[in-house]
Design a protein around this ligand. Structure first.
Ligand code: A8S
Length: 175
């Protein structure tokens, strides 16, 4: 069955782009209830639960998991960067919408932001929609930057799916 994005979130996934920005929207279907997926996605303090490149994370400003708080994310060695500072922008528990932005770090990702929304799809299935936008100003690296980001986001969503499905399986065994 084709997934229809609810109109209540469509503006989040259709950003108005500047000429120097690139953006993409990814969809991931997960065989786990939205409550389980949301618990992972909304835990701003612990992205390592489903982001395979994240080594550790800590809140460095503001109150954990409150909009406006800042986290420092340290990533695995071998990547072109070692850390990233990220701000929690949107945390809507009712509509299950999560947004963050990258504010600094030793990487070349400039003005990165991402919004995820979760949609129960019947039968304990969840559709996750993630839209990112990034400033890829330097013409010669634009394609490369966008492809790099796309690969990471895709992998994060696949891992999210695996982790949530594992948790859902475990939750069922306990009943
Ligand atoms: C996310 C998305 C991205 C994270 C990138 C694009 C990053 O954490 C990694 C490598 C980098 O070079 C940049 O949702 C940065 O986390 C894995 C450290 C920001």
């Amino acid at each position: 069955m084709a997934f229809q994005l609810p109109t209540t979130v469509s503006s989040h996934h259709n950003p108005i782009l500047q000429p120097n920005e690139c953006s993409s929207t990814l969809f991931q279907t997960i065989a786990a209830p939205a409550s389980i997926v949301w618990a992972l996605v909304s835990d701003f303090e612990n992205p390592q639960r489903y982001k395979p490149f994240v080594r550790s994370c800590r809140i460095i400003d503001g109150q954990a998991n409150q909009v406006g708080c800042l986290r420092r994310v340290d990533v695995a060695s071998g990547l072109p960067a070692s850390y990233s500072m990220e701000r929690l922008e949107i945390l809507d528990h009712d509509q299950r919408i999560f947004g963050f932005s990258i504010v600094s770090g030793d990487h070349r990702l400039s003005n990165y932001r991402s919004i995820m929304s979760l949609h129960p799809n019947g039968g304990d299935e969840t559709v996750v929609v993630e839209t990112y936008v990034i400033d890829a100003a330097e013409a010669n690296t634009k394609e490369e930057t966008c492809a790099f980001v796309h690969t990471i986001v895709k992998l994060n969503l696949r891992t999210l799916s695996r982790v949530a499905e594992d948790l859902a399986g475990k939750a069922q065994q306990q009943v």
